[in-house]
Design a binder for this molecule. Structure first.
Ligand code: NAD
Length: 418
């Protein structure tokens, strides 16, 4: 169902519709970077605050050569939906820099990260807009950024950025939170469908941070991880793979592709078949997990998909056209705004810990994550059944009704109407 149809179903007011069609604030910046060789390069960056009706904007910063303003804006809209869906007191934002970070030295990367914060400093803050990591940014980069912000405002302000190293006010459990949350959503769905993890096979596209933590926890919970891919290759083992062993190997060898050539470096000494990334998407598995980038499944390749269900850990990995096809075929999709919300839930817990100055054990963080996400997942499944819509549509309906309730409570209608 497209977004207008959802707005119709919700009988969304014209005012709310109009407000949700436009990002509240878009900042484009040029970031000068002194390269190690003395040359100056300029990188384009953005910060978009899509909506702050329910609280300060919240969303990650992406470093990627394909980042555009349109992409950042789309991601910031999805963050708005996601934060409302899991009932966090946040709106949605996103940031990005058009750069290939792997081409930079560590010092260049640090200078760029600090330069980004100097460029967007006026519009971020613990009560205004709180960045976090996304693709190609991690806790080390968040640490540099938080430090740069502290130098600018001349005081410690840890709640300005989440996903920081624990020593700088980061939360225990944040690194694994997205993968853990995705498993929590899958587990809830599996239970509802009267299935058993031990009977289910799983293929994972995108064995990065989120994909790895999901795979390791799912493996421990009894799911059979039969295939994994990264940007350079894919592997398949019908009997099941050990994600920890492969991760350890990948850290040393930088790509899954080399796994099979590794000499006694992993705990299992099985022969592992390699396949193309595209072939992984067409494997006959119970669950296909998409945890790489946007548009992994589109009109062009949706016909190949043979999985019984899809779990979206990446943002927007299934295009709208492909999503419609999957819906017609009756293949359920556990949507991104729900399945990857674990990251922002623990980011919120980090922000709360920073503000109250008290830090919690990992078990406390995980319990709160599981409770919030389990509740949101079941609300989506229940609404999908009740209103006979897809789980994605149900998630949007849940989120949009929360956002527009707040808009209405703020007096939007009377303010805009004559
Ligand atoms: P990451 O950079 O650690 O991992 C991405 C992985 O995808 C890498 O291993 C990369 O090699 C792989 N990849 C890229 N192109 C591929 C292709 N064509 N085929 C197969 N693999 C490919 O990033 P991440 O933090 O794990 O994020 C992954 C996705 O999850 C992103 O879309 C991100 O927006 C989303 N997400 C992440 C978080 C988080 O907390 N990490 C939170 C919410 C959403």
């Amino acid at each position: 169902m497209n977004i207008d149809a959802l707005y119709d179903l919700l009988e969304l007011s014209d005012d709310a519709r109009l407000r949700l069609q436009h990002p509240k604030l878009t900042l484009q910046v040029s970031i000068p970077l002194r390269m190690d060789n003395g040359a100056l390069q300029i990188f384009q960056g953005w910060r978009v605050q899509y909506d702050d009706t329910r609280g300060p904007a919240k969303g990650g910063i992406r470093f990627h050569p394909d980042v555009t303003m349109e992409e950042v804006t789309q991601l910031s809209y999805w963050m708005t939906i996601k934060c409302a869906l899991v009932d966090l007191p946040f709106g949605g934002g996103k940031g990005g820099v058009c750069v290939d970070p792997k081409s930079l030295s560590r010092l260049e990367l640090e200078r760029l990260s600090r330069g980004y914060i100097r460029a967007v400093q006026d519009i971020i803050g613990p009560n205004r807009d709180i960045p976090a990591p996304d693709v190609n940014t991690n806790e080390v980069i968040m640490g540099w950024m938080a430090d740069e912000y502290a130098q600018i405002v001349r005081r410690k302000e840890p709640a300005v950025i989440t996903g920081k190293p624990v020593g700088m006010g980061g939360s225990l459990g944040r690194v694994a939170a997205t993968g853990r949350g995705a498993l929590q959503v899958l587990d809830n769905w599996v239970k509802r469908e009267n299935l058993k993890p031990g009977d289910l096979t799983v293929a994972v596209q995108g064995f990065g941070n989120a994909g790895y933590h999901f795979s390791r926890l799912a493996h421990a919970a009894g799911y059979r991880i039969v295939a994994l891919s990264d940007s350079r290759g894919a592997i398949h083992e019908a009997g099941g793979l050990d994600p920890d062993a492969i991760w350890e190997h990948k850290q040393r060898n930088r790509a899954l592709h080399g796994y099979m050539y590794c000499d006694h470096s992993v705990s299992e000494e099985k022969e592992v078949t390699t396949l193309s990334q595209e072939e992984l998407l067409g494997l006959d598995v119970d669950v296909l997990v998409l945890s790489a980038l946007e548009n992994a499944v589109t009109e062009d390749n949706v016909a190949q998909v043979r999985a019984n269900a899809i779990l979206e850990i990446a943002n927007g990995p299934v295009s709208e056209a492909a999503d419609n096809t999957l819906e017609k075929k009756g293949i359920p999709v556990l949507p991104d705004v729900l399945a990857n919300a674990g990251g922002v839930i623990v980011s919120h817990l980090e922000w709360v810990q920073n503000r109250c100055g008290e830090y919690w054990p990992e078990d406390t963080v995980n319990e709160r994550l599981d409770a919030r996400l389990g509740q949101a997942a079941n609300a989506c499944f229940h609404r999908a059944e009740k209103q006979q819509v897809s789980i994605r549509s149900a998630a949007y309906l849940e989120a949009l009704s929360r956002i527009t309730d707040t808009m209405d409570a703020q007096g939007t209608q009377s303010y805009f109407s004559p």
